[in-house]
Ligand binder design. Sequence first.
Ligand SMILES: [Fe+2]
Length: 277
Amino acid sequence: MPLEAVDLKPNIGAELKVTAGMLAEGGLAQEIRDLLVQRGVLIARDVHLTEDQQRAFTRSLGDLRLGSVRKEGEEGLMKVTMDKKVNPEYAEFFPGTFFWHMDGTYDPAPPFATVLTPRVLSAEGGQTEFANTYAAYDALPKDEKAYLETLQVVHTMQAAMFPAVPDAPLEQVQKWFTYPERIHPLVWRHKSGRKSLALSTSASHVVGLHPADSRALLDRLIAHTTQPQFVYRHDWRMGDVLIWDNTGTIHRVRPYDASSGRELHRFTLNGEEPIAA
Ligand SMILES: [Fe+2]
């Protein structure tokens, strides 16, 4: 049976018409991968995947991520929460997720995709937003594209975390510095031949530019990329499953009550290609 899907917005997102069983048994994996890199974000409603089904579905799409710098979760399961009792390691990095970012820019090949399901939701807020970095690149003027393709960007964990936790104690800052610094091209030419903007809060500075010019350029590109026409905002409902292409989108969570117990479960796939010019 072919995959049934409906676009959510012209530049981003599609809703799949599937059941938990259809996802977990893996028969649609190739079609889902192909659609994912075209649409950036795929969702399905009322699916109610069990943990085992979510893991099996993720595995059908690629190479399950168990962590690089540090181990991520239990057999690939990462509990996304601000609650230090549930996931102390992750909770410390949570504040960074309120800012637009790509996951894992400290790896040469950032994670390909993530599969997310809600287990506890907040009464208000907590929407997750995604911006399509392919569409944002495509919309730039030709001359600017040519210039941006010449630039390299230094990515660091401290650049991603410092704005989110400006008063972090020394031990926390020291942990940020255990993540490697990476230089990635600003424009990512994927193996497919398509190009996207490799943006993230982890972008510390552009190599060779004055710091003020570098900051202005990166801020402007984030503002360009996160215009409404490139963004899909997901309002979570129990039973949802959401898959995002981490290599062709940036994402952030909107504020919510820290005492709500909000908890999402994620499984992630290892990267398949380095950010290359
Ligand atoms: Fe993230």
